[in-house]
Ligand binder design. Sequence first.
Ligand SMILES: Nc1ncnc2c1ncn2[C@@H]1O[C@H](COP(=O)(O)OP(=O)(O)OP(=O)(O)O)[C@@H](O)[C@H]1O
Length: 231
Amino acid sequence: MLKIEKLNQYYGQSHTLWDLDIEIPKGKCTCLMGRNGVGKTTLVQSVMGILPTKSGSMMFDGQELSKLSAEKRASLGIGYVPQGRQVFPLLTVEENLKIGLSSRRDKVRTIPESIYEMFPVLKEMSQRRGGDLSGGQQQQLAIGRALALDPVMLILDEPTEGIQPNIVQEIGDIINKLNKEAGLTVLLVEQKLPITKKVADQFIIMERGCAVAKGEIAELTDDLVSEYLTV
Ligand SMILES: Nc1ncnc2c1ncn2[C@@H]1O[C@H](COP(=O)(O)OP(=O)(O)OP(=O)(O)O)[C@@H](O)[C@H]1O
């Protein structure tokens, strides 16, 4: 579904992604792992068109993404839950969700009831300001906003960062539901092993801007964990 080949990205003079090759298969949940600063967020922001890339190819469902605007990429059906959630604090929950509707291909402009069914708290709090929600509720809002686009692929950048354990469980359940029941392709950036093992079909490990290991989640050995993931 998403095939990235020989991708290079720079921040000014600083070469951050180095001839990166990765493939995200349709219908699977792929977990992108690696220590802090290896380039995971840079990679997903490059896919979303938030960061410019220097060279390489990013093919999504037969279309080259690097030629397209960020808006156009989203409208192909790529939903994005950014690191740190990036909920608009002064807008209401409903207004935040409506932002996700703006890139829908089918021009639907009402919030699908299925989002409120998945996250009942968003319905209860629809008129509250985004900034007044707890961290876990904001994370649900960020996921709901990405789902409002009716995506075929969902990219989540460390959705459990700074979230209390019971909500981490809930987020894992939601990701499983979206992937295993609704059939969404998922790319999850995650450093926590328990949730990775719970939701992922396969893993990719990055180190210094390159993909250094990949496989089925059952192949994520203790050796790989201690070499590339433990701090
Ligand atoms: N705006 C920026 N300008 C310059 N360098 C940056 C910028 N953003 C990130 N970097 C650097 O690029 C490298 C990759 O950062 P990135 O945020 O992609 O890593 P990450 O794997 O997502 O880390 P984390 O798990 O901490 O979020 C790091 O060395 C980081 O310091």
